[in-house]
Design a protein around this ligand. Structure first.
Ligand SMILES: [Zn+2]
Ligand SMILES: [Zn+2]
Length: 431
């Protein structure tokens, strides 16, 4: 919205030579009633968390809310996804706002009155289920923004697409899900947004602070498996077989030289970590096989491909030297989350105005991954972090996202909701 004020006052004091018109956007805020609703939705969703691809109750709640606001709703996208389309009163761009809906297999250990006691099933095990990543806040903030925007639709220039996405934390084994599946099912096929915005609450940043970054923000995340095959024999006579344990040791060491010796570290950092080393049953048996598994993190899509090639090469060649073989499988996960530098530059003034200039900081790179990355590879994207550490607590010592003690100060909900709203109103006009 534009607020046009004439500078007649300044003129009358003789500060300006002639009357000018100052155009500036003004801050749209939610009222106390809507803030209380957002808090109530958040608590309700927090108390009823659902695992990835099982967000049935949450998506029903969202769909009902959007329909009640007169927003056109599509459901069951990528299993439980909900998409709302709100036509503004004036022509303009298509702006997408995204919230993820899933919880984690974590047993909540906070003492909030609305803590989760839900038990779910994950990989065949009974597990506690908790919104330990704060997606409950994301859903509530976007529901609040939808309510405000629907009530002010006549003033909106353009169309708003509300994306309530399942399975950000990853679909269960054997299933597809999340942003990738929503896009595969044609989310952007018919209506391609001009920009997509997302917010993630952050357990270790002071409440109300915003972390933004132009270009890469979060890493790609890819899983690798290496099966090292030897030939089983007696531990007393290694020459009678092929030792996959020694081969695996060489692989682990040589893979470390990819990041330290082969990657141009002036371009972007990278990480290769082993998380599983499995092999052998008894001290005096050289086993047939050793299994290795790990993760690769990158901030550059070309370096990512380079590491895939060099990891495969390092594993195969290291095994070959010892007479063993190595089979490498790379399971591609989420790409690098890359914010559009132009979009961030354009929307930074709005972000600073909503959160307060001193509350907005450039975020360091984060080696965690987000499937918001899939949207941001298709259209210009802006993904920011919203701090939720309560005042008076050291953010560095606060429980991180995914902790059973993860706690979010609810005063952040207002800021997140108002960010979504103001981005929508300012985007068409912003320089
Ligand atoms: Zn998470
Ligand atoms: Zn998350």
């Amino acid at each position: 919205m534009l607020r046009v004020i004439t500078a007649s006052l300044l003129f009358s004091f003789g500060l300006l030579a002639s009357p000018v018109v100052l155009a500036e956007h003004h801050n749209l805020t939610i009222d106390e009633e809507l803030e209380q609703k957002v808090i109530a939705w958040r608590r309700d969703i927090h108390q009823h968390p659902e695992l990835s691809n099982r967000e049935f109750r949450t998506s029903a709640l969202v769909a009902e809310h959007l329909r009640g606001l007169g927003i056109e709703v599509q459901t069951e996208i990528a299993h439980t996804g909900v998409v709302g389309m709100l036509q503004g009163g004036k022509p303009g761009p298509l702006i997408a706002l995204r919230a993820d809906m899933d919880a984690l297999p974590v047993t909540e250990q906070t003492d909030v009155p609305f803590r989760s006691t839900v038990i779910g099933e994950y990989r065949g095990n009974e597990v506690g289920v908790m919104h330990a990543c704060g997606h409950d806040l994301h859903v509530a903030m976007l529901m609040g923004a939808a309510e405000y925007l629907a009530q002010h639709r006549e003033q909106i220039a353009g169309t708003v697409m509300f994306i309530f996405q399942p399975a950000e934390e990853g679909a269960p084994p054997g299933e597809e899900g999340g942003a990738e599946l929503m896009l595969k099912e044609g989310l952007f096929a018919e209506h391609k947004p001009d920009a997509v915005f997302g917010i993630h609450v952050w357990g270790q940043a002071p409440v109300g602070t915003i972390g933004y970054r132009k270009g890469p923000l979060m890493a790609s995340s890819d899983r690798f498996e290496i099966r090292v095959k030897g030939r089983q024999t007696h531990g007393s006579a290694p020459w009678a077989g092929v030792d996959p344990i020694v081969a695996a040791a060489q692989i682990i060491n040589n893979v470390q030289t990819i990041v330290s010796r082969q990657i141009n570290i002036t371009k972007a950092p990278a990480v290769v970590s082993f998380g599983i080393v499995e092999g052998g049953v008894r001290n005096n048996i050289i086993p047939d096989e050793v299994y290795l598994e790990g993760t690769i993190r990158n901030f550059d899509m070309d370096i990512r491909q380079q590491i895939f090639r060099q990891l495969t090469q390092a594993a195969e060649a290291s095994a070959h030297v010892t007479g063993a073989t190595a089979e490498v499988t790379i399971d591609e996960g989420y790409p690098v989350t890359i914010n559009s530098p132009e979009l961030v530059a354009k929307m930074l003034p709005t972000t600073q105005r909503v959160a307060g200039e001193t509350m907005v900081h450039e975020s360091p790179l984060v080696t965690g991954a987000e499937d918001f990355s899939f949207y941001a590879l298709e259209v210009p994207g802006m993904f920011v972090f919203l701090g939720v550490t309560p005042e008076g607590q050291d953010p560095a010592k606060a429980p991180a996202n995914h902790s059973p003690f993860f706690y979010a100060d609810e005063s952040a909900l207002r800021i997140g909701t108002e960010l979504f709203i103001n981005w929508v109103f300012d985007y068409p006009e912003a320089g």
